[in-house]
Design a protein around this ligand. Sequence first.
Ligand code: SF4
Length: 272
Amino acid sequence: MLSLGGGTQSTVLALLADQEVLGPKPDIAIFADTDWEPEAVYQNITWLRDKLSYPVVTVTNGRSLRDDVISGTNTSGAPWLTIPVWLSDLDGNPAGVNWRQCTSNYKVAPIQREVRRRLGLAHRSPVPATTLVEMWLGITTDESERMRTAQEPWIVNRYPLIDANMSRDDCIDWFNAEYPTRNLPRSACIGCPFHSDDAWIAIRNTDPDAYAEAIMIDTMLRNDGHNAARMFRKQAFLHHRRLPLSVAVERSEKDRQEATHWSNECVGLCGI
Ligand code: SF4
């Protein structure tokens, strides 16, 4: 199977896989929908579904990450925040990052559930020792530190873009040559705290509705009535500068930091 995030690298991976230049094509591509992706990603998934000769299926955990962040709840509906917000104490000093559970709850679990279902396995029944699922992930050479051994013994992760020595820029060049009239979207939840300065500026400049929503949610996190403010007794921010989002993005324009935060997303499913 191919893990399809709907962004640059996984789109190129899916298209190259279909041409079988990376080996035999996967049986299926799975897109785990958090319900918080930009509209361009959903449009890209629809385009790929028509384009690819193997099936593209969408899975969810039955909840909306966007709604859960707004209401300050986890996948059980209990008060919690699963995204890795940046925290500061009430004096404004950095105070860590919230424990990230969103990727495993809204992406890993639904994908594994779908794979098990297709293997004909009942919920929580053991996977036979003879079963091995190869999972293709769109990590490129510039993010090779995100490669991991799968935690499940019945899954083996494969990184065909690394094997092909392709960087993110190589993916963009290949795509532009093949599909000169199309744009590749950035995948990742609209309000993901791992966005780089460049990613936040791009959201502001290209998707004003999404940016306005992110500002609304960022402000909400610090309202006394929100579960995040009650639970942490700290201030929570979507932006790594630990400033209100619009202020942080303006600051970023003057003082851009090249660093991305995807190395913190060790499963390798987000932002590809
Ligand atoms: S993109 Fe960000 S917010 Fe969305 S699931 Fe991944 S780490 Fe969490």
